[in-house]
Design a protein around this ligand. Structure first.
Ligand SMILES: C[S@@+](CC[C@H](N)C(=O)[O-])C[C@H]1O[C@@H](n2cnc3c(N)ncnc32)[C@H](O)[C@@H]1O
Length: 322
């Protein structure tokens, strides 16, 4: 299968998932900033090594073929190391990836490393447009590995999606889910954070003020944002819904630091660059919120201040036992 020719379409106003009339975010803008600025500042090569170590620790034997599905590939932060891994592991394993953002897929398809891998493994890699909220067109038990990188919070019908995952994952298969579980992400998502030495008090105050504004204007942060960071919550959902047929194995994590500025955080609010800042907020509302945050930063004399963000991505792994 080869879907990449579809990527020429320009669908920048395609919405992620929505519960009301507002766009959750403008996908073209999100895609453009996804890997940069404070949102991620991913240490790409370290992350590739990290993913490679995790995958090799589960699938050391070359004896069986891996049939991997990634839901929500985005710009390929998880896909590229996974494809690198299978191509160096054997001659038969396959990788299928879907995302419902053309701009994200376009960035992935234009990456030199992806082009190289896609050429090398052209019979074994297929990536293209697909909506995880629609019935997936894969046969039952099509995959023995499913990867979900930071996508659960985007889905409106999570329980239906988990049924689909269960249907297409073979027994004895593995489910990998990644979380962004650092304090910075939690506070951005509106979680109650106790004062801690690790947190810069001002940036904590910044987000708390932002959440207060949203609450006052009846734009509350939806509870599904906690799916971005809360491994325990997802463990519970899988346990309850999938009848204990999934054994939780392990979680590994990779930490990294990145510097950002209040200006960048305000830009994220203005343009809805993160799920939290874009979710359920119209263009005008985003503009209003960013103006208010700008005033707050000026009043607090933080214009020149850099903020040290401690990032952390966590990979949690389950095995389907029956
Ligand atoms: C936070 S990004 C994660 C991307 C990548 N997995 C990573 O770890 O960097 C979430 C991705 O899920 C995609 N997505 C959201 N809802 C989706 C859906 N219903 N079907 C397919 N992809 C979806 C988004 O377009 C986005 O690329």
């Amino acid at each position: 299968m080869e879907y990449l020719e579809l990527l020429g379409e320009n669908n920048d106003t395609k919405v992620c998932t929505e519960t009301n009339e507002s766009h959750i975010y403008l996908r073209k803008i999100v895609a453009q900033y996804y890997e940069s600025s404070f949102i991620r500042n991913f240490p790409i090569s370290e992350f590739e090594q990290f993913m490679n170590n995790i995958l090799s620790s589960y699938f050391s034997s070359e004896e069986y073929k891996l049939e991997i599905l990634e839901g929500g590939t985005g710009t390929g932060i998880l896909s590229i190391p996974t494809i690198q891994y299978i191509l160096s592991r054997d001659r038969v394993s396959t990788f299928t990836g879907v995302d419902n953002s053309y701009p994200m897929l376009k960035i992935l398809s234009e990456k030199e490393e992806f082009k190289r891998l896609n050429f090398k493994g052209r019979e074994r890699i297929s990536i293209g447009f697909g909506d995880l909220e629609e019935p997936l067109t894969f046969f039952s038990s099509s995959f023995n590995v499913i990867l979900l990188g930071g996508v659960l919070h985007c889905l409106n019908k999570l329980d239906e999606f988990l049924w689909q995952v269960d249907k297409i994952l073979k027994s004895e298969g593995y489910l990998f889910i990644t979380f962004k579980s650092d304090e910075s992400t939690k506070i951005q998502c509106g979680a109650e954070i106790k004062e801690s030495e690790n947190l810069d008090n001002k940036y904590t105050n910044f987000w708390q003020y932002y959440h207060r504004l949203r609450k006052d204007h009846r734009l509350p942060i939806e509870s599904r944002c906690s799916l971005i960071y809360d491994v325990e919550l997802v463990k519970g959902l899988i346990k309850n819904q999938l009848n204990n047929r999934y054994t939780f194995l392990k979680n590994d994590f990779i930490p990294w630091s990145a510097k950002t500025t209040f200006e960048q955080m305000i830009a994220a609010i203005e343009h809805g660059l993160t799920f939290v800042t874009g979710q359920g907020v119209s263009n005008n509302q985003r503009k209003y919120l960013s103006n208010k945050m700008n005033k707050w930063v000026k009043q607090n004399r933080l214009m020149q201040r850099e903020v040290d963000i401690k990032n952390r991505v966590e990979v949690a792994v389950w095995k389907k036992t029956a």
